[in-house]
Design a protein around this ligand. Structure first.
Ligand code: K1U
Ligand code: ZN
Length: 173
C-alpha cells in the first residue's frame, strides 16, 4: 500500500466530473487500498479518488471516530444517491483538500446510496448522521463540487484566498 498525495484547492482536477469505473480490476483494488491508507494517515473520515488526482468514481470512508471501536472501512464504486430525506441536517464540515477550514453545510439528514463493491456486487444502504454527511460530501467530490460550493460567494472567496496563500507558502518551503 502506498500513501498518495492529496490535492489542495484550488486545483482544476478537483472541479472535474469523474468517470464511472467499468470493472473491478487490480488497479481499482490497489487504488482503494492506497486511498484507505491515505485517509487513515491524514487523518480523515472519507476520501474521494479525484482528491488523489484520479478522475474515477470511487470513494472510501470510515466514520467510526472512537479509537476503541471496530473500524468500518467502506469502498464505494460508482455510488448513486437513490433517495434523500426531506429532513435536513447541519454539520460543520472539513475537507482534506481544504486544510484547517471548517464551515456549516446543510444537507439531507438521511440518504440511500447504491454502489458497486470490490466484490463486484451491487450494494445499497441507508446512511444517517455523520455517515450521511460524509457520503454526500464524497459524492460531491466525484461531481467536481467542494463543500465551499455550498457557502455564500464571499465566504468561499475568503477560503480560496487562504488556500492560494497556503499553496504559495508550501511551494516556497
Ligand atoms: O473528503 C474529505 O476531504 C475528507 C473529509 C470528510 C468529511 C469531513 C467532515 C464532514 C464531511 C466529510 C475529512 O475527513 S476532514 C477530517 C475530519 O473530518 C476528521 C479528521 C480526524 C478525525 C475525525 C474527523
Ligand atoms: Zn473533501
Amino acid at each position: 500500500m502506498t500513501l498518495r498525495n492529496i490535492l489542495i484547492h484550488p486545483d482544476p482536477r478537483l472541479k472535474k466530473v469523474a468517470t464511472p469505473i467499468a470493472e473491478v480490476s487490480d488497479d481499482v483494488r490497489r487504488l482503494a487500498d492506497d486511498m484507505l491508507e491515505t485517509m487513515y494517515d491524514a487523518p480523515g473520515i472519507g476520501l474521494a479518488a479525484p482528491q488523489v488526482a484520479v478522475s474515477q468514481r470511487l470513494l472510501v470512508m470510515d466514520c467510526i471516530k472512537d479509537e476503541d471501536a471496530t473500524p468500518r472501512p467502506m469502498v464505494l464504486i460508482n455510488p448513486e444517491i437513490t433517495w434523500m430525506s426531506e429532513a435536513a441536517n447541519v454539520y460543520e464540515e472539513g475537507c482534506l483538500s481544504i486544510p484547517e477550514q471548517y464551515a456549516e453545510v446543510e444537507r439531507p439528514a438521511e440518504v440511500e446510496v447504491s454502489w458497486l463493491g470490490l466484490d463486484g456486487k451491487t450494494h445499497s444502504e441507508r446512511f444517517d448522521g455523520l455517515w450521511a454527511t460524509c457520503v454526500q460530501h464524497e459524492i460531491d467530490h466525484l461531481d467536481g463540487r467542494l463543500f465551499i460550493d455550498h457557502l455564500r460567494p464571499l465566504r468561499r472567496q475568503m477560503i480560496t484566498r487562504k488556500m492560494q496563500k497556503l499553496k504559495r507558502e508550501r511551494a516556497r518551503a
